[in-house]
Design a protein around this ligand. Structure first.
Ligand code: NAD
Length: 517
């Protein structure tokens, strides 16, 4: 494994470090505050959290620790701004959302470098995050004018028509992995639908959310709308997050995170009958049959677990490989994993950066011992990388895994792949479905009939055949089983952020039943 960034820094890394330092100065200089009704504010109760740089766990910034009082202020601001935001035309909303996309793109470098330093995710992937985030606004911007349109449903006596209306102020709760992208994915459709928002970003990666909310608020207010269309409250999940899910003015919660947190949110939101939309964990299979294009399949297997530090909900963390090709395929896999470059996240050559937080490193490194005990073989990795510095871990490859093992059941959420052999289609399907999750599945085969059969029978919300995770914005994104409730993308997002209303108008031809006549 290369330890490139332990050696002399490359010129590109040096340049990125200088730029990142400049962008981070403001966060280091003063505590990061909430954004409520267009104003940066400290927590009502005071107090702050620290966000750490995963490279060496030094403090990047102090961040306001929000609680119920801050959420209340933000929810009231979102409710106060709702009538004005709802009232503007779809065309105006479209223009504003495109302007937000322009503003994100203009600060793409700043967002990428800040997010890389806050999360440890390599800049080679993060540099595209802002652009993909901006694309989310553009996609939903163009759909904003038609979002309210409904159907006409005539019968003999009535014409029924439906319309969609924004549900009201909504809460958006996001995780620390690719935080900007995932936030835009939730916030863009909510704004396009006409909802105002209170955003509670993850406590381990609050900085790019701060930039994003600042950008959105600036554009929205420049267009003559009140502060409060977008609000952001930092803080812990059990404080600010919980208060948001319980607030009566908040009509729905769009949540991305752990499946256990999803259960908590459902319980917390029950008293106020919250509508919920969950994108949760995954333990996704990539299934490689012996008739597949094996070179391409190998590239895809590697990319879908060892990119973005493996901290990715759609990562294929279980590779199911047909026994007839198992030896050859896993030998090549091992060779490639050993060559993966672990290094500083701002080095463009880096393929795996440090994991988000020391607690997460402990979780990821709890698996090798369990795997050995249960009988899997560790082909490479399993420990800390770069001499134990910061949160760097080695990319890990577990071979000869079996479905009941922890490495084959639990979401490790790091650069660790469990490989399981299978004999035939029936066994592949049975192993693939033998987990509590059901987010994605990847199938590699040259047999078109088998591709369709497997795609039909895999218990997952999204299937890619002979492809890795390529996103197409109008298509539904979401999971089955413990991986989620609801779908994002295209009209599916509007269904969540809007109420559908039916209006029946009589032609005047029917008789109203008489009571008391
Ligand atoms: P997490 O559930 O610990 O935290 C996510 C957010 O929820 C954070 O903002 C946190 O503060 C908040 N939170 C925690 N407890 C809460 C509570 N009781 N009430 C309200 N909010 C609360 O998840 P994480 O560790 O930040 O993120 C990793 C998880 O996210 C993984 O399981 C991953 O698979 C999942 N994820 C899923 C998708 C998807 O699209 N399916 C995408 C990305 C990440």
């Amino acid at each position: 494994m290369s330890t490139k960034s332990k050696d002399a820094p490359t010129k590109a890394l040096e340049e990125n470090l200088v730029k990142a330092e400049r962008y981070l100065t403001r966060f280091k200089a003063a505590p990061v505050r909430h954004l409520i009704a267009g104003e940066p504010v400290a927590s009502v109760k005071g107090g702050s959290l620290e966000t750490l740089c995963p490279v060496d766990n030094t403090v990047l910034a102090k961040v306001a620790a929000g609680g119920a009082a801050d959420i209340d202020a933000a929810a009231r601001a979102a409710a106060a701004a709702f009538p004005a935001w709802r009232a503007i035309s779809g065309a105006k909303r479209r223009a504003i959302l495109h302007e937000i996309a322009d503003a994100i793109e203009a600060r793409a470098e700043e967002i990428a470098l800040v997010e890389s330093m806050d999360t440890g995710q390599p800049v080679r992937y993060m540099s595209k995050a802002a652009l993909r985030g901006a694309e989310n606004y553009r996609f939903f911007a163009d759909r904003a004018p038609g979002a309210a349109d409904g159907l006409s449903l005539p019968d003999t006596d009535h014409v029924n028509y439906t319309m969609r209306q924004p549900i009201g102020p909504v809460g958006i709760i996001t995780p620390w992995n690719t935080p900007l992208m995932l936030s835009t994915w939730k916030i863009a459709p909510a704004l396009a639908a006409g909802c105002t928002i209170v955003h509670k970003p993850a406590e381990w990666s609050p900085l790019s959310a701060t930039l994003l909310n600042e950008i959105m608020d600036g554009v929205i207010r420049k267009n003559g709308l009140p502060g409060g269309v977008v609000n952001m409250v930092h803080g812990l999940g059990e404080d600010a997050g919980k208060a948001l899910t319980e607030h009566p003015l908040i009509k729905a919660i769009g949540f991305v995170g752990d499946s256990r947190t999803g259960s908590l949110i459902m319980a917390q939101g029950a008293a106020t009958l919250k509508r919920v939309h969950f994108e949760l964990g995954g333990k996704n299979p990539v299934i490689v049959f012996d008739d597949a294009d094996l070179d391409k399949a190998l590239d895809a297997v590697l990319f879908m677990i060892y990119s973005l530090n493996g901290e990715r909900c759609t990562s294929s963390s279980r590779a199911l490989v047909q026994k007839s090709i198992y030896e050859g395929f896993t030998a090549k896999l091992t060779e490639r994993v050993k060559k993966i470059k672990v290094g500083h996240p701002l080095d463009p050559a880096t393929e795996i950066g440090p994991l988000i937080h020391p607690n997460h490193v402990d979780k990821v490194l709890s698996f090798p011992a369990a795997a050995s005990k249960e009988g899997a073989r560790i082909a490479c990795g399993g420990g800390r990388a770069l001499g134990g510095m910061g949160n760097f871990v080695e990319p890990t490859l577990y071979l000869d895994a079996k479905s009941g093992m922890r490495i084959a059941q639990e979401e490790i959420f790091g650069p660790a792949l469990a490989v399981l052999p299978f004999a035939d289609e029936a066994e592949a399907l049975s192993i693939a479905n033998d987990v509590r999750y059901g987010l994605t599945g990847y199938i590699w085969t040259g047999d078109v009939g088998r591709a369709h059969r497997m795609a039909r029978d895999l218990e997952a919300g999204m299937i890619w055949v002979n492809s890795e995770n390529v996103r197409h914005l109008p298509t539904p994104f979401g999971g089955m089983k413990a991986s989620g409730i609801g779908r994002d993308g295209g009209d599916y997002s509007f269904d969540f952020y809007m109420e559908t209303k039916n209006i029946a108008v009589a032609y005047g031809t029917h008789k109203v039943p008489k009571v008391g006549a």
